[in-house]
Each structure stands twice: as C-alpha cells, then as structure tokens.
Design a protein around this ligand. Structure first.
Ligand SMILES: O=C(O)CCC(=O)C(=O)O
Ligand SMILES: [Fe+2]
Length: 209
C-alpha cells in the first residue's frame, strides 16, 4: 500500500519519484507529533556576503556512523537515531530496498521558514546520491529548476505523509527549494535520508607496520 499512486516526475536528466501515500494519515499524525517533541532541534547560523543570519529553519542530524555532514558553511555532527526517526528509516528502507546511513531533519516552523535554491551535491554524498525526503505536517510547495536550461522547471505540493525519492543525475542537473509563503500556516517536518559513508579511519589500537 505504501507505494500506491507512485509517480515518476519524468524530469529531464533526473530521476525523481513521488510517493504521496507512503504513510497513512494516522501514522503521519503520530510521527509528526512525536518527532517534533523528540528531536533536539537546533538553530544554526548562515553567512551571506559576510553577514551572519539565523538559518530560516531548525535542523538536526542523525547517523548510524560518526561521519559529520558539511554544507554551506555548516558542519553537523550526528546524533544516534532516536526511536521514531528510526522507525521511519526502517519503513523507508524496507519498501525502497535502500539502506541509508544518515538523516538531515528540517523543521519549518511557519511560512517564514524556507530552504533556498540548492542541489545536494556535496562530495561526501558521492556521485548520483540517493535521497529520500519525507514530509510530516503542513504541506508546502516544492520547486525544481534545471541548472542550465532555464525553461525547465517543476512545482509540486509535498503532502503530509509523502516521500520524494531523488536519485540518478537529479542533483547534478537540478536545483530545488522550499519557498517562503505569506500564508498563515503551521509547522512542517522534513526528513532527508542520505548515504554518507564513514571515511576510513585508523583505529587507535591498530599497529601499523
Ligand atoms: O524540506 C524539504 O522538502 C527539502 C529539504 C532539502 O532540500 C534538504 O534538506 O536538502
Ligand atoms: Fe535538498
């Protein structure tokens, strides 16, 4: 049932599939409530043209390994996966047959919170990264635009309990954003599951010959 009504967006030079009904209404309501309370949401600062601002959303980072995640000028160190986020992880992994190591969680408190145009193309994610992006709470528009061909764009609404799977050449060729809105709206939680391998480290007790 979770993959019911799956839709490939058929974006050029990309591979994006939307699963609008991945979580039932009841499941999604419960996850939203629990994750909002359980997660240790943090406020990071971003630097734009030398000036420091609060990032327009709260975040938290989780991983099964110790590998931090750096993007823009922010480095996030992982928490261990907590109860509910681990449940979400397992449900996604078993349906999509993909194992994720890490999750960047975003809390958009209201319409003033946003996520500007970007691609998740950090080196640490490797080439052609797979990203599963889960929405709980308020639905928000999600925009895509092609990096080179200005005529190619797409807008969609990410529903409560939906999953958006981005893979293949998506990050190489497209940008995405969650724009601000003037509408009076409630909070939205987004979980982006990613694969960020642990870099090789020499164990402290090893003997090098
Ligand atoms: O909130 C979303 O749906 C997108 C989040 C996102 O693009 C990101 O965290 O990289
Ligand atoms: Fe992103």
């Amino acid at each position: 049932m979770r993959l019911l009504n799956a839709k490939n967006l058929n974006l050029k030079d990309a591979d994006v599939t939307y699963y609008p009904n991945f979580f039932s209404k009841n499941e999604a309501d419960t996850f939203f409530k629990n994750l909002k309370a359980e997660i240790n949401w943090q406020q990071d600062e971003i630097k734009v043209f030398g000036k420091v601002y609060n990032q327009p959303r709260l975040t938290s980072f989780f991983a099964t390994n110790e590998e931090p995640y750096s993007y823009s000028n922010i480095t996030m160190y992982p928490h261990v996966f907590e109860k509910d986020i681990l449940k979400v992880k397992h449900l996604i992994e078993s349906e999509l047959n993909i194992n994720f190591t890490s999750c960047l969680a975003n809390l958009y408190r209201d319409g003033k919170d946003s996520n500007g145009w970007h691609a998740d193309d950090e080196k640490s994610l490797g080439k052609n990264p797979v990203i599963a992006s889960v929405t709980f709470g308020e639905e928000r528009p999600f925009h895509f635009k092609h990096k080179k061909n200005k005529l190619l764009k797409e807008k969609m609404i990410l529903k409560h309990g939906s999953v958006l799977l981005m893979q293949g050449f998506t990050q190489e060729n497209w940008l995405h954003q969650i724009p601000k809105t003037k509408r009076e709206i409630g909070p939205r939680i987004n979980l982006t599951f990613r694969i960020i391998p642990q870099k090789n480290r020499v164990p402290s007790n090893s003997v090098l010959s």
